[in-house]
Design a protein around this ligand. Structure first.
Ligand code: FAD
Length: 559
């Protein structure tokens, strides 16, 4: 529970606001944007350091910064096609197994073998794939009527896609993208199988060579660029939300009175080590592990006597994605097509011609900076998995420096696991993670159906790979370690039935009047597609419910 009275007396300050948010990732940012725009004051606590900024010029000519910039935007990582593999090390440095340390590291020099090493978890390390969920297989129920449910999801997806800036055209003028997309479309057209451009949250910069990857800063810019909105938003970095405090434990519908925070930098610069934030609404959006962790630390779960638990289903029915991976070296028959402009495209012809003029010695005959392929085959009844045929940086799969990275294609296939009550995340009071929070333990097994589906997915990946090339030695088809997809779901699941869910479909926790949860943990279904866009939909719907609860859009008096 909370902090001890000694600690409290030591140095504590009290803050007062309309809405408190724990977690500054894309979901916390979505809530912040919508609630600040509705006229409410928001205080956000983020464990990590805001060490990645986008610079912009204010109306008054001064330079200002928006936190949450995508690391992959650094020109260094985009300059040459080989550089994508350098980003692997940034991700490795930014990952910790399940917890989120705050120490700052010079990540570029980190030994790649130190996977799981400590480093501040960046809310900005995702790879920006933003597909919608398949309506028949993955999409959860928000409204108890099929047609209405589908309409509500369409509405939310539309808003979420605008908010994060999703596009399917940023890689249209890529030789490799076009070659791979069309090769797969041709190869599988008989089977009625669709290959298309992967929806990505990004935009191509005017000089065409670089892509701007969207992240938390894309969402927060709406606040940071407007001085009036900015006054209503307080971001406390290096602050851990330890717990939230119930006002009256015996009330049938409980109210949170305050969130308790710890400031990790307090000793360094004389700030208050502890704060209490009083608010009308509390949103815990600290990721799929830390969100239930904060609720456990708040004393809402009793593993010895579930009748005493204020939140009965916390950490039950968790889901993860079985994942297969391989890399291929593109077939020479495909590479040989490139100089012949096989699809009769003007931009293609021009690129090949320019490249030949500038680099007659290059045997590959297409630009070094040709954007990478970004192809997908979405979840369907016949192929209930999400396929990414692309080139990207993950914490694994970096290519040896001796191979021209332009010839390599990654295949990542993500399956789904049915939610089952016995798949759980629990927390240990006696053991702490790197941040002094209760250590999580996972109990997770795939069902027989999940395993069979994963096997079919592996066979399918091999069939798709076969159309493109031979396997890169060392990157032959493999199942990745459980949890590597980093798409844990269901830890704070939202749904219509309080008996099997943690929160209602507005993400308000059952049994509480002002406590909300956000992030992939709220998704109650098994899902194979990347989840962030869908979690944003939940946050949008939830923020609308919060605005309604607070009395609607507030009239803001401009000063
Ligand atoms: C390599 C990689 C690739 C990915 N690619 C994709 C992709 O292409 N598409 C996709 O949809 N998803 C992708 N994901 C997943 C994506 O990153 C998450 O879905 C997304 O970040 C979830 O947003 P969130 O705001 O809920 O959580 P997070 O982004 O995890 O943010 C939560 C924040 O809370 C903070 N926090 C934790 N504990 C506390 C505490 N006690 N107090 C205060 N703050 C706390 C953390 O520091 C963190 O910044 C990828 C993830 C990784 C790692």
């Amino acid at each position: 529970m909370a902090i001890s009275s000694d600690e409290y007396n030591n140095k504590t300050r009290d803050l007062n606001t309309d809405v408190f948010i724990a977690g500054g990732g894309p979901i916390g940012a979505t809530y912040a944007k919508l609630l600040v725009e509705a006229g409410y004051d928001v205080v956000m606590a983020e464990l990590g350091a805001a060490d990645s900024f986008r610079e912009f010029t204010r109306d008054d000519g001064r330079t200002d910064y928006i936190p949450g910039f995508h690391k992959k935007n650094t020109v260094e990582y985009q300059k040459a096609s080989l550089d994508i593999d350098r980003f692997v090390h940034v991700i490795q440095g930014a990952l910790s197994l399940v917890s989120v340390p705050v120490q700052e590291l010079t990540i570029d020099t980190l030994n790649p073998s130190s996977w799981g090493a400590q480093g501040a978890q960046k809310p900005t390390h995702w790879t920006c794939a933003t597909p919608r969920f398949n309506k028949d297989i993955e999409l959860p129920v928000l409204v108890d009527n099929k047609a209405e449910n589908s309409k509500e999801w369409d509405r939310l997806y539309y808003i979420a896609e605008k908010l994060i800036g999703t596009t399917t055209t940023a890689f249209d003028e890529s030789i490799r993208h076009t070659l791979i997309l069309r090769t797969l479309q041709d190869a599988f057209s008989q089977q009625n199988r669709t290959f298309e451009s992967l929806p990505l949250a990004c935009h191509r910069m005017p000089n065409a060579d670089y892509v701007n990857w969207h992240a938390t800063d894309t969402i927060l810019e709406h606040i940071y660029m407007d001085p009036e909105k900015r006054k209503r938003f307080t971001l406390l970095t290096n602050h851990r939300c330890t717990s939230v405090e119930v006002v009256d434990k015996n009330a049938s519908n409980k109210t949170i009175g305050a969130a308790s925070l710890k400031n990790f930098l307090a000793n360094r610069d004389g700030q208050f080590p502890y704060s209490f934030v009083q608010a009308k609404i509390f949103i815990i959006a600290a990721g799929a592990v830390a969100t239930p962790q904060i609720l456990f630390k708040s004393g809402f779960v009793d593993y010895t006597n579930s009748n005493k638990s204020l939140i009965k289903n916390l950490g039950k029915y968790i889901t993860e994605q079985p994942m297969t991976f391989c890399q291929v070296i593109l077939k020479s028959e495909l590479m040989d097509l490139i100089p012949r402009n096989p699809f009769k495209l003007d931009w293609w012809q021009e690129m090949v011609r320019n490249h030949k003029e500038r680099h007659p010695e290059d045997p590959l005959r297409f630009p070094f900076r040709d954007p990478e392929p970004q192809v997908t085959s979405k979840v369907s009844q016949r192929h209930p998995w999400h396929a990414q045929i692309h080139r990207d940086a993950f914490s694994y799969g970096n290519v040896a420096a001796t191979i021209d990275s332009r010839t390599i294609v990654d295949l990542r296939f993500f399956g789904f696991a049915e939610p089952r009550v016995d798949n759980t995340i629990t927390f240990e009071s006696g053991y702490e993670d790197d941040f002094g929070m209760p250590q999580p333990t996972f109990h997770f097994q795939l069902s027989d159906d999940d395993r069979k589906r994963a096997h079919r997915m592996m066979l399918d990946m091999c069939e798709v790979a076969d159309k493109l090339g031979g396997f890169l030695p060392g990157s032959e088809p493999q199942f990745m370690a459980p949890g590597l997809a980093l798409h844990l779901g269901g830890t704070t699941r939202a749904g219509l039935d309080p008996e099997t869910h943690v929160a209602d479909t507005n993400c308000k926790v059952y049994g509480f009047s002002n406590l909300y949860v956000g992030g992939n943990g709220v998704i109650p279904t098994g899902f194979a597609s990347n989840p962030t866009l869908t979690s944003m939909c939940y946050a949008i719907r939830s923020a609308e419910a919060i605005v309604a609860q607070l009395g609607g859009q507030k009239k803001v008096v401009r000063q």
